[in-house]
Design a binder for this molecule. Sequence first.
Ligand SMILES: Nc1ncnc2c1ncn2[C@@H]1O[C@H](COP(=O)(O)OP(=O)(O)OP(=O)(O)O)[C@@H](O)[C@H]1O
Length: 241
Amino acid sequence: MLEVSHLSKKYGKYYANHDLSFRVSDGEILIMMGPNGAGKSTAIKSIMGLLRHEGWVHMDGMPTGKAEARRYLGYVPEMPALYPNLTVDEHLEFIARAYRLKDYKAYKEELLSRMELADKRKKFGDELSKGMQQKLSICCGFLPRPKLLIFDEPMIGLDPHAIRELKKMILELREEGKSVMISTHIIDSVEDLWDEALILKQGQILASVTRQSLAEQNTSLEDLYFQLTEGKEAEAEEARL
Ligand SMILES: Nc1ncnc2c1ncn2[C@@H]1O[C@H](COP(=O)(O)OP(=O)(O)OP(=O)(O)O)[C@@H](O)[C@H]1O
């Protein structure tokens, strides 16, 4: 389980994240939504232990900045960070060595095949199209089988086959009891995936809802999002912030 408690991150005097607290349980998919600049990527980077921040973030009780916890975490960033001089295959072998994976070859082949990269394995990082880079970045995130996998805008640039496959793969993670966190603007792309949703604006959590609580309120996530970020409630919230 991921536990985020009173997470704040300041750039100069500006709070990119202000007092965020939430959990992602085992076998749960949490989505994080919010307008541009709401603080989603900053929160993800803090959770991954990549930024200094206030508050604490624990994965199964361990601070996520510690090396022991990092091997439980996987991250598929918004911009794929690939090595131009490594091939597709070498990227995955590099991950396998870094995480000291055993018996990973069959899973590697499965991932390459599901992301339709098997015939691209000899291509170098800088020879891949944008979508292929994103697919490889996804394979790299899945390969170590992390307990928590975080995606920052994962569907952008993917073709319809890869979007469908990725959704299946995310649902499989949930079935295996893994935790998943997805940051996105495209509500449609995660509509059939999420268990819990956070709506962020100006670095703060405006709402935290479960699929069930939303169904009980008889509203959709999209309607709630616009109410909170653009409607009268948003104006009241602006005045409060
Ligand atoms: N390195 C940085 N230095 C200064 N300010 C930053 C830095 N990175 C982000 N910010 C600011 O922090 C705020 C939150 O940015 P962040 O990238 O987390 O938003 P986001 O919700 O991921 O946005 P988007 O949807 O556009 O990707 C923004 O106001 C941004 O300008």
